[in-house]
Design a protein around this ligand. Sequence first.
Ligand code: SF4
Length: 246
Amino acid sequence: MVESRTPAEVAAHAGRATDLIDLDAGVAGCFACPRLVDWREEVARTRRAAFRDQEYWGRPVPGFGDPAARIAILGLAPAAHGGNRTGRIFTGDRSGDVLFAALHRAGLANQPTSVAAADGLTLCATRIFAAVRCAPPDNKPTPAERDTCAPWLHREVELIRPTLRVVVALGAFAWAAWWPALRAGYAVPPPSPRPSFRHGAHWSGTAGPELLGCYHVSQQNTFTGRLTPGMLDDVFARAKLLAGVD
Ligand code: SF4
């Protein structure tokens, strides 16, 4: 596995990825953000008591889902004891419980749960990835970490561009991360001024996929009722309609 240890190596390595398998291997071998590398490895070493007997993944978390996705779900970053533990995005944490239950209700996932990388979950016409591929302390990547990681996202968008029709941005961070990806993947300049994030926002341009805004499926939103299952169902019903998914 070729490792990336600097922002320039990330950009070069991502740009060379010929397919999603190649890209995913490159993501998993990335060490370009010292703070995040330290954090993901420390979490994997110390572990949460409930998972003490488990081997944590402790590395960057690649995208997951259908390589011919018509719908992409863009999140912020893996959770320390979720994706950073299981090696699959939104897998093994409360946010994933909410997200995959909704995807299953929408007919976009074959099962309503996502607990481990080998649990048999498959997605239909849908791919999930994060703007930052390593778990950050307090779920807060720095702007420099966001920018260093962006080439992985941009190349992933390029690779699924032939089928991609709709992007669902989970939260304001993902919404903001989409505009550079649009430029990189479709050579489309971001709109000016850029539309603000809000739940239910819908943006479409002259090229590239439609963009939908959705509150993040974090416990902060779902436990407080700010984001309800019904609201998620509405977002995915709209995404399916726009993407032409039955
Ligand atoms: S956040 Fe992205 S660029 Fe930084 S180490 Fe992780 S995978 Fe690499």
